[in-house]
Design a protein around this ligand. Sequence first.
Ligand code: TYM
Length: 371
Amino acid sequence: MPRFVVTPWEVKGKVDYDKLVKQFGTKLIDANLLKRLEKHTVKLHMFLKRGIFFSHRDFDWILDMYEKGEKFYLYTGRGPSGYTHIGHLVPWIFTKHLQDVFDAELYFQVTDDEKFLFKKEFRLEEAIGFTYDNALDVIACGFDPKKTFIFSDVEYAKTLYKMAIQVAKHITFSTAKAVFGFTNESNIGAIFFPAIQASPCFFPSVLKEKNVPCLIPAAIDQDPYWRPSRDVAPKLGFYKPAQIHCKFIPGLGKGGKMSSSQPETCIFTTDPPEVAAKKIMNAFTGGRGTVKEQREKGGNPDVCSVYQYFYFMFEEDDKKLREIYGTCKNGARICGDCKKMLAERVKKFLVDHQHKREKAKNIIQEFMLKD
Ligand code: TYM
């Protein structure tokens, strides 16, 4: 029995990323690739240095093409099932970095159809409502309005559908079952949906009337979608889409990824800063039972959710991060102080992000693609 599960709809258990790379057939981002990338950036992004973006398919080919003068576009997305949480921002922050470094256009898909089809009691109107709310978070990440195209599947259906049926014709039900685990109980909308998520790998090439390489930054849970997309690409005369995958930012509880289904261990971008601070004060840490014991034996940052937040997003300075790690281990730092320090940073981040979300309301129409 596998000790962990990673699918686009479920992430369970302690993920062994090395095993996952083998299981999914992707490649680890190695030192050579990082060196190559470093040539194009002023400074290697923290997510790369820390191995948060850790795996890829054909990212080396994307760089080959770019170095030959062929620009690529970025494609990523969101399933609008509720408010955005901090975990979702990880791939988007990195996508914005890639947009800046490579001057790349971004196609951002909001799969209101997916959430309607896969979530039992979810109404279509709710999904469409969250499409617009979540788009504010995307815009708040700072993407260039001239180079960023956000679209709701439901509202961009005409363009999408034309591509989706071409993709769908090349994917058999037997492949869809093997990749996504569909059963006789799956609704037929869900079975068709992978063709919709594959479509933005190709339709920008159609819009531009020339083949353009596509790079998809996302967490590794989305990878199953790209396998049939890559198989179909040459059959339709397109380049295979390339991917760069990140790990999951954990929740504030003991293990598991940050997930909206556990709101008490999840920081939403819309949380009032004081509410988020309270969640952090209740977070699972690697601390000892008493302060005395902690001072004597030290804590365990390797299992601590608070330390993970510094690692993923809230301490950019490597030297300071090492100091947090070291002073936890030797007992100089106690969990209460560490939580307060993180809570202050997260509050500041949320105030700033929420301000940008408000401003995004005035410019959202500049970003939205419509048929
Ligand atoms: P969704 O809404 O589940 O997730 C949006 C993005 O966030 C990533 N993600 C995380 N990253 C780091 N830590 C976490 N805890 C965490 N949880 C989620 C996801 O991998 C994703 O990149 N079907 C998709 C929507 C979609 C899409 C795409 C995503 C359509 N086209 C292209 C990526 C690329 C979905 O429901 O994502």
